[in-house]
Design a protein around this ligand. Structure first.
Ligand SMILES: Cc1ncc(C[n+]2csc(CCOP(=O)(O)OP(=O)(O)O)c2C)c(N)n1
Ligand SMILES: [Mg+2]
Length: 323
């Protein structure tokens, strides 16, 4: 890969990192209404996968969707405004963290319904097929969502109709406060086998490994050969949702969290770049500074934006005929 492209992967991972750390800070200050689920620790999955997509390709997302949206090109300013519930947000402040959407970038929406993005991705793939387009959809979902029956329905139809969809499971070892292993039989990636489609496991903390697997799956989908199931093994550094310590007791050990932090996808990739591109070391610092500044600017944008007027509470909430 060209060094500029490698630096771009780093930039996007850093953008997610800085955005999410700011979200944590703002949530602690009571500035954000509603629940937020941050993507810290999983940055390599969204960035690796979206790096092989075109602007016109689609993604479906989850309740933990900020990273997916940023990786697919969303602007942090209207994202932040949406989290503040402001009128300049992606959903005019009426959706919040779990409904960020920008169809012009192929982002079919974050989704508060666990597993909700899975049938939507199959539908997007069917639309591409029926309309004769060469688009591909990447469906992000969690290891908890993998136990929803709809995954098997979507894999079945996608396999039989050779839909151009990449099902990408973010195996972060937990579903809320329950270890995934306690409720999951077998390995998730092996659920591809009975449908006759490829199932692969990747290190979800290694952006280049995710990118390689996604590239193969996306190429296959674009060639009309059908879906792939990828299981990216990773870990969330933060709680399931911000502020959870107020209502749940510890459900994982400090040692476990620290052992994963030692494999931090952002810092590990930074070290790798420093080793491989020593002459561009100062650019990494410049990227860090620029991303910090743009997230600070996003907060100022969100703070300055107005709340939607109460009289418009029901506008843009329900689908309108022909909309
Ligand atoms: C249909 C549905 N059931 C339950 C919930 C409550 N819930 C929200 S997140 C979550 C766990 C999801 O786990 P996973 O899919 O592994 O995603 P992660 O949070 O680990 O990214 C649950 C059960 C929900 N939002 N939707
Ligand atoms: Mg999970």
């Amino acid at each position: 890969m060209l060094s500029d492209a490698l630096l771009h992967l780093y930039r996007l991972m850093m953008r997610i990192r800085v955005f999410e750390e700011k979200v944590q800070e703002l949530h602690k200050l009571g500035r954000l209404p509603g629940f937020v689920h941050v993507y810290l620790g999983e940055e390599a999955v969204a960035v690796g996968a979206c790096s092989v997509l075109r602007r016109t390709d689609h993604i479906t997302s989850t309740h933990r969707g900020h990273g997916h949206c940023i990786a697919k090109g969303a602007d942090v300013a209207p994202m932040m405004a949406e989290l503040f519930g402001k009128a300049d947000g992606y959903c005019k402040g009426k959706g919040g963290s779990m409904h960020i959407i920008d169809t012009s970038l192929g982002i079919l929406g974050a989704n508060g319904i666990v597993g909700g993005g899975i049938p939507m991705a199959a539908g997007a793939g069917l639309a591409d097929t029926v309309l004769g387009r060469d688009g591909v959809t990447v469906c992000f979902f969690g290891d908890g969502a993998a136990n929803q029956g709809v995954l098997l329905e979507a894999l079945n139809l996608s396999a039989i109709w050779k839909l151009p969809v990449v099902y990408l499971c973010e195996s972060n070892h937990y579903m809320e406060f329950t270890p995934t292993a306690d409720l999951t039989a077998g390995r998730i990636y092996r659920r591809a086998e009975p449908f006759g489609i490829p199932g692969v496991e990747v290190d979800g903390n290694d952006v280049l490994e995710v990118r390689r697997a996604a590239a193969e799956a996306v190429d296959r989908a674009r060639r009309g050969e059908g879906p792939t199931l990828i299981e990216a093994v990773t870990y969330r550094f933060a709680g399931h949702s911000e502020g959870e310590e107020a209502f749940v007791s510890a459900y994982r050990t400090e040692e476990e969290v620290e052992s994963w932090k030692a494999r931090d996808p952002v810092t590990c990739f930074r070290e790798r770049l420093l080793a491989e591109l020593p002459d561009r070391a100062s650019e990494l610092d410049d990227i860090d500074d620029a991303e910090q500044a743009s997230v600070e600017a996003a907060v100022r944008f969100a703070e300055a934006a107005p709340f939607p007027p109460p009289g418009q509470a029901l506008e843009h909430v329900f689908a309108e005929a022909g909309a």
